[in-house]
Design a protein around this ligand. Sequence first.
Ligand code: PLP
Length: 411
Amino acid sequence: METNPKRKLNSREVREDFPALRQTVYGKNLIYFDNGATSQKPQSVIDAINLYYTKNNANIHRGVHHLSQKATNEYEAARATIAQYIHAKHTHEIIFTKGTTDSINLVANSFGALLQAGDEIIISHMEHHSNIVPWQMLCERVGCVLKVIPISKKGDLLFDEYEKLLSSKTKLVSITHISNTLGTINPIKKMIASAHAVGAKVLIDGAQSIQHTKIDVQELDCDFFAFSGHKVFGPTGIGVLYGKEAILNKMPPYQGGGDMIAKVTFEKTTYNELPFKFEAGTPHIAGAICLGKAIEYLSQFNIEDIERHELELADYAHDLLLTFEGLHIVGESKKKTSVVSFVIDGIHPFDLGTLLDKQGIAVRTGHHCTQPLMDFYRIPGTVRASFAFYNTKQEIDTFISALEKAITMLK
Ligand SMILES: *Cc1c(COP(=O)(O)O)cnc(C)c1O
């Protein structure tokens, strides 16, 4: 997978790899600034989907025939590619899921089955609904207690408050690496160390970090790491849960069915080993293989180059946005990247989004699945521009003029 030397990051050249970016919307060149919601796909991933269904489609594992073995090999090769990319110790620590939401639900149900009334789970005020609701459901089921780390107006977690919440009752800290709404990069390494000091496990919601920054699960020492394929240039419907082997082995299966068993009788069923114990039923074989291709595509580049380029874009957009009267940036952490959220006095985000769309610009408006965060800022929603490595400063210039136009129409 390592291709040395790495490909130089030139966003104009990179764009050529993404056919969806080469289209017009209402007669304007598409400017895609909704990467926080989902990313576009490179041609290599699109080709791999086609190839899989054209030549390699078969059900995996247990098949003696050629096609089944080919599909199995590719599915397992994708797992190995992902394990290597996030530096997991073992390939069987990579579990294929439907996405981040599914990964978090797996942990809430399976790790959750080991918890008891009174045990505490810590999340933060900036979590995506998918890192809130599964824990609320678990608390309701088991009688656990959910604690929330408060944040500052600038959008940083209050670290001292976090440390005060930690105790021997804390069983799990589940925290986003990068906020999808604010762009804040949380100090997860430090947070993991503090959690471990009281014996708690840590789940990192990596839905917004895997595509932007280097992930080394062993260096972070996180217990779980969840992400979605579709936000990292892969297909929808596929995602990953990384978990440390020892913890995954202690956890009961999440779902029952085919492939997750070793032996079934009506009296007793024994479960398969990792990772299959957590992959009941026919998985999204094409999705997993193509997620592997997306990770291979991404690995051509130095992730540090991607990070630098995206930070430049975010800073550039941030500075230009601040020149607008009555515009407020939501999320002003010193440690942020790739996302710029804002509101403008007297203008509803939805109206702005609609007028930007008419000019070919895709941004997201609304609460971004972070309603408690919107309540904290007392706003109904924001306009969010979120960047990927294929975006350019020129696109931001066009976006800024389009915004000027939209504001004039709405004022
Ligand atoms: C998108 C997102 C999720 C949910 O991902 P799905 O692909 O919808 O399962 C969770 N957390 C964050 C921070 C996200 O951005």
